[in-house]
Design a protein around this ligand. Structure first.
Ligand code: 3BY
Ligand code: FES
Ligand code: FE
Length: 411
């Protein structure tokens, strides 16, 4: 791995309000540093709890070199374990998702309960203590229907998010929704390019024809400042708050996450090609259709849209220095019937197209950054405050953790 001092000097060479130096986007050693200091240290969004509807429903999540099983126990609590058998280390769950009454290792059938306890191991002798060989636990926290994992021994404080989420997300009631669709896409781009791209709409008018039917590309609404620069935004917030929907721009500690409820364009109520609802059943306790979209980003890996007729989650995970896995999940009312209450194509059309357009521009961005002719360029103060805010969060977080390590090493 790159020595901390070298990393810190790279960080020090970043010009304010500029893109990062090239190695941050393509260097394998820097990618390892991102894994060690960001991805293995922070809370990472894994899955919606709606995707784990039954006792024994599980998903496996790959975070860098780690593989983690997220599973709903017989007490309905969602827990996470290292996907490594305590016998000889085999993966226990080999599928990306499924349902199982017990977790049985495919190698020699060591059998674990859904809470990770080892229940059965054949012919291990009289001195073998099953209680010493349960699956390794990973920190796991469900916040308003979104399941977060943390691989660190000591997880950072998630309470500020957990305290604010019920107000903003409670009316959408994510944990009582059902999954209408899950889409996977792999982008040949560094995870930071994918996140930077998400934090601005400078690119929207020329790249997202279907999103632009309903989504306002006004940076005052979702950039790095509160929505006070937008009249439409402030009116929308006031109207929603009066109806009991927390909506004001709220920035978490260190800028790691943010909630704000924004209006759609004109009379639009959902992400459809005609702006009309995609699902004819309102979710949770949403008081009206035109509540716009409640936006939540959480660094390093998710952005989300909570509407009146659906909830949309987006999760990125780093695969390699120039490869990122995006999973998009559409949740709808649990009694909504496909073909009756909603049409799946209509529901997913805008964001499937938008994701693909974003994949293409992020991949072109990566290719251009890879050429020796790349030089860090300036962000637009008008449109890219959100991008700068993300890159600041990344640089500050990385340097704080590197300096922490150096201080420990020097003691
Ligand atoms: O998906 C999003 O939340 C962002 C907001 C601005 C650009 N992009 C559509
Ligand atoms: Fe799992 Fe042997 S490695 S039972
Ligand atoms: Fe985009």
């Amino acid at each position: 791995m790159m020595p901390n001092s070298e990393l810190l000097s790279f960080l020090g060479s970043r010009k304010p309000w500029h893109t990062l130096p090239q190695p941050f986007y393509n260097d394998p050693a820097l990618f390892q540093a991102d894994l060690a200091h960001i991805w293995y240290r922070d809370w990472v969004f894994a899955v919606t709890s709606a995707e784990l509807p039954k006792v024994g429903s599980y998903v496996t999540v790959r975070i860098g070199d780690y593989s983690v099983i997220v599973v709903r126990g017989s007490d309905r609590v969602i827990r996470a374990f290292h996907n490594s058998c305590r016998h000889r280390g085999s993966h226990v769950c080999t599928a990306e998702r499924g349902t199982a009454p017990k977790l049985v290792c495919p190698y020699h059938q060591w059998t674990y309960d859904l809470d990770g306890k080892l229940l059965w191991a054949r012919d291990m002798g009289p001195d073998f203590k099953p209680q010493d060989h349960g699956l390794g636990m990973v920190h796991c926290r469900e916040v308003e229907g979104m399941v977060y994992l943390c691989l660190a021994d000591d997880a950072p404080d998630i309470e500020p998010l957990a305290a604010s989420a019920p107000g903003y997300m409670g009316p959408h009631d994510l944990s009582n929704l059902k999954v209408a669709h899950v889409a996977h896409s792999v982008e040949q781009a560094n995870w930071k390019l994918v996140m930077e791209n998400n934090r601005e709409c400078y690119h929207c008018s020329s790249n997202h024809p279907s999103l632009c039917v309903t989504f306002p590309d006004d940076p005052n609404l979702f950039g790095s400042d509160d929505a006070s620069g937008s009249n439409a935004g402030m009116q929308h917030i006031a109207r929603c708050e009066a109806a009991g929907l927390p909506s004001k721009y709220l920035l978490g500690p260190d800028g790691q996450w943010r909630f704000v409820r924004i209006p759609f364009l004109g009379d639009a109520v959902s992400y459809t090609m005609d702006g009309k609802q995609a699902v004819n059943r309102r979710i949770g306790t949403m008081p009206f259709d035109n509540a716009g979209s409640c936006l939540l980003y959480h660094y390093p890996n998710s952005w989300n849209h909570f509407l009146s007729d659906q909830a949309l989650t987006f999760r990125i995970l780093p695969v390699g220095p120039q490869e990122t896995h995006l999973v998009t999940t559409w949740l709808v009312h649990k009694d909504a019937v496909e073909g009756v209450d909603y049409d799946l194509d209509r529901l997913t059309k805008v964001w499937l197209a938008t994701n693909d357009e974003d994949r293409r521009i992020c991949e072109q961005n990566q290719r251009g950054v890879n050429t020796p002719g790349y030089r860090p360029g300036p962000y637009s103060q008008t449109h890219e405050g959100g991008v700068n805010q993300f890159v600041d969060w990344y640089c500050d977080t990385l340097s704080r953790r590197l300096q922490g390590r150096q201080a420990i090493a020097a003691e």
